[in-house]
Structure formats: C-alpha cells, structure tokens
Design a protein around this ligand. Structure first.
Ligand code: NDP
Ligand code: PYC
Length: 343
C-alpha cells in the first residue's frame, strides 16, 4: 500500500471512522465480527499513534494470509485456567489479539489476587505492534511485559544463517503523574516492517542492520528482503534477548519457534504462526502502593540528568495530535481501503 508520503493529497479520518472502515475490511475478508473488531482497533491504534510499520501498511499482509487460508479469521480462542497465576490459550490458528482479549479479564483477576499472572498464548499469529498488548494493563495500575516471536529472518550473533524472528519485547508500567511508561522494541536491529518501508521508499538502511544473500553486510533493504537477513541489535546482547523471546514465546507456551513453520506452503501467507507470553504484575503487592510514585521519581530523575525523550513520548504526542485533528491518510491509501471494504 502506498505511504502518506507518496502523494500530496490527504484525507483525515477520526479514530472511530478508521476503526469502522478497517472492521468492514476484515469482515469482508473472512474474519468473524469479534476478530474484526479486535484487529481493526489494534490496527487503527497503531496508525493513530504513528506506528506506521504496523498500521494500515499491514492490511495487505493480513488479507493475503486470510485469503491463503494460512490464518483462521473465524478461530475461537480456547482459554484454560491452569493455575493460581497461569492462564493458557490455544488461539486455534487465529490471531493472538483475540486470544488476549478472551483471556484478559481472568488474567487481571489473577494478577490482582496472586500478585502476578502469566498468559501463555499458542497456535497464534501476531502481525502487529506489541505495545497495544501491554499499555492497557498499565492504564489499570498493573505492570506488564510481553514477548512474541515472528519468522526466521535474523542471524543469531556469530552465526552464518538466520534462525530467530525479529522478536519484540514490550513493557508497560504505571506512573503517578503521566501516561504509562511503555517501550516496545524488536530485538533485531530494525523491524522487518521498517525494512519493507525503506525498500518501498528507496532509502538505505543504517550500517550494521542487515546482510545480503551471501552473508555480506549491506545497507540495501531490497538485498535484505531478497534472500538476505537482519542482525540483532547490540550484537550478542540483543541476540541473547532474541533467544529468550523464542524460549518464552514458543517453548514455554507450546507455540512454534520462528523457524518451525513454512509459510511458502500457502502462497501469500505473511503472518508468523508462533506464540506469545504476557506477564502481568500487581506492583502494589511489592511496594505497598508506592510503585506509581516511585516510577514517577525515576522519570523525574531521568529528565533531571538530561533525557528529554522517554520511550512512547513520540507515540503519545502523535496520539494527541491524531485525536485532536484526525488521522491523516493519503487519498490513495484511503481509496484503496474503501475499495477493500466494498469488495
Ligand atoms: P523503534 O526502534 O522505533 O522504537 C523502540 C522503542 O524505543 C519505542 O518504545 C520507542 O518509542 C523508543 N524510542 C525510539 N527512539 C527513542 C529515543 N531517541 N529515546 C528514547 N526512546 C526511544 O521500534 P522497533 O523498530 O524496534 O519496532 C517497531 C515495531 O515493530 C514495534 O511496535 C514492534 O512491536 C513491532 N514488531 C512486531 C513484531 C511482531 O512479530 N508482531 C516483530 C518485530 C517488531 P516511540 O514508540 O515513542 O517511538
Ligand atoms: O516488523 O518484524 C516485523 C514484524 C514481524 C511480524 C510482524 N511484524
């Protein structure tokens, strides 16, 4: 799908209008109403917050995977209460977000009661930004950490061939006087979606992000996408985190490792068929209700030593702008989305 930069002509939609449009698209392309609602809200939230690599840019991939029969848009998640602090969900070959949605209330109840709750989702496809999965917990005063693995395209540090996925980690914590502290980052040097966007826009990657098909360093995004691979961020440190994400998202949940499925069997398929882990903590069990004050103090001290930009600040600023002025899409993108909704 073209980006807003491709054309000067733009259109503005409210968050509700974009969500409803995306919902119609998902419904038209084979998802149940419940799945359409969850995915549309997730995707519109990403677009609203300027998470462009996981907003409407992803619609084509979602629809291709649905059309290929690779992901089940009608899947009904099966939630199992397996322990005082453990919930397990079989997503049934559907998307991860409806699985989280189905288990969420039970997870929050357990976290408040036991102090911690673990949600292990398997047999699931995650094609989105990870922050929408953790931020709402922090808005309720809880701390949340999530990991999800993706598809083989990242070379472990020191290795010769790709094995890991881009494997993001997202974290959210409440603070007393501001929106939650949130970070959400791939453990690869760059997200695969951003490589695709760079290729489309003809931009070179920064050095040290990828290799070509012969394993040689390259800054050409097309060489990375065409038989090449990505590196982890921070060398062996990011590589160890990526390994951890594989273990927690796949080995612990019963999902696939990033290298354990073959999308080429279903032409068009793009969504990684993996697993996801979410850990939710009631911080007041540890700190006696002072956590939000303590996190505020940390932020104050970080600002004090000169860190002006906190993770999520850019998103929050973009969110405020989008909510006040509307979400700006290129006229071409909007026309394309409307055609998909009508098809
Ligand atoms: P970025 O490198 O753009 O950002 C990572 C984090 O760092 C964000 O929280 C960002 O905040 C923050 N940040 C960025 N710049 C600064 C700065 N100068 N100072 C302080 N904080 C900063 O994200 P990635 O490219 O690593 O990931 C992009 C998206 O791709 C994520 O949403 C991720 O979940 C998604 N993804 C999804 C996968 C999946 O399998 N579903 C796989 C891989 C990635 P801010 O948001 O405000 O910019
Ligand atoms: O951007 O790396 C990525 C990605 C993989 C799956 C969904 N997004």
């Amino acid at each position: 799908m073209p980006s807003p930069r491709d054309t000067a002509a733009t259109e503005t939609l409210s968050f509700v209008e974009l969500t409803e449009l995306l919902q119609r698209i998902f419904l038209r392309h084979g998802t149940s109403p419940a799945v359409a609602q969850v995915l549309a809200e997730n995707c519109a939230s990403a677009e609203r917050d300027g998470s462009h690599s996981h907003g409407i840019f992803r619609i084509k991939g979602y629809l291709a995977s649905l059309g290929a029969g690779w992901v089940d848009g009608q899947a009904v998640p099966h939630v199992e209460d397996v322990g005082a602090a453990f919930v397990r969900v079989d997503a049934g070959g559907g998307f991860a977000q409806p699985a989280l949605h189905a288990a969420r209330a039970l997870v929050v109840e357990k976290a408040r009661h036991a102090g911690v709750a673990i949600l292990a989702i398997r047999n699931s496809h995650h094609f989105a930004a990870l922050w929408p999965d953790v931020e709402p917990f922090a808005q309720e005063g809880l701390v949340a950490l999530s990991v999800v693995n993706s598809m083989t395209c990242v070379v472990p540090h020191g290795a010769q061939r790709p094995l890991f996925g881009t494997n993001p980690i997202a974290f959210a914590a409440p603070r007393a006087e501001g929106p939650p502290i949130v970070f959400d980052m791939a453990t690869s040097a760059i997200a695969h979606g951003d490589v695709q966007i760079a290729a489309r826009e003809g931009r070179a990657l920064a050095p040290g992000m990828g290799v070509d098909g012969a394993g040689q360093p390259t800054q050409d995004p097309k060489a990375v996408l065409d038989g090449g691979a990505l590196l982890t961020f921070g060398g062996y440190k990011g590589s160890a985190l990526s390994m951890m994400v594989e273990l927690l998202s796949a080995a612990l949940t019963g999902g696939h490792f990033s290298f354990e499925f073959d999308m080429s069997t279903k032409p068009g398929a793009q969504t990684p068929w993996t697993g996801q882990l979410i850990i939710v903590i009631d911080p007041d069990k540890g700190s006696g209700q002072s956590f939000a004050q303590r996190s505020e103090e940390l932020v104050r001290q970080m600002h004090g030593v000169g860190q002006e930009r906190m993770p999520a600040d850019r998103r929050y600023r973009q969110r405020q702008k989008s909510l006040a002025e509307g979400i700006v899409l290129s006229a071409t993108d909007l026309a394309h989305l409307q055609a998909l909704a009508a098809r």
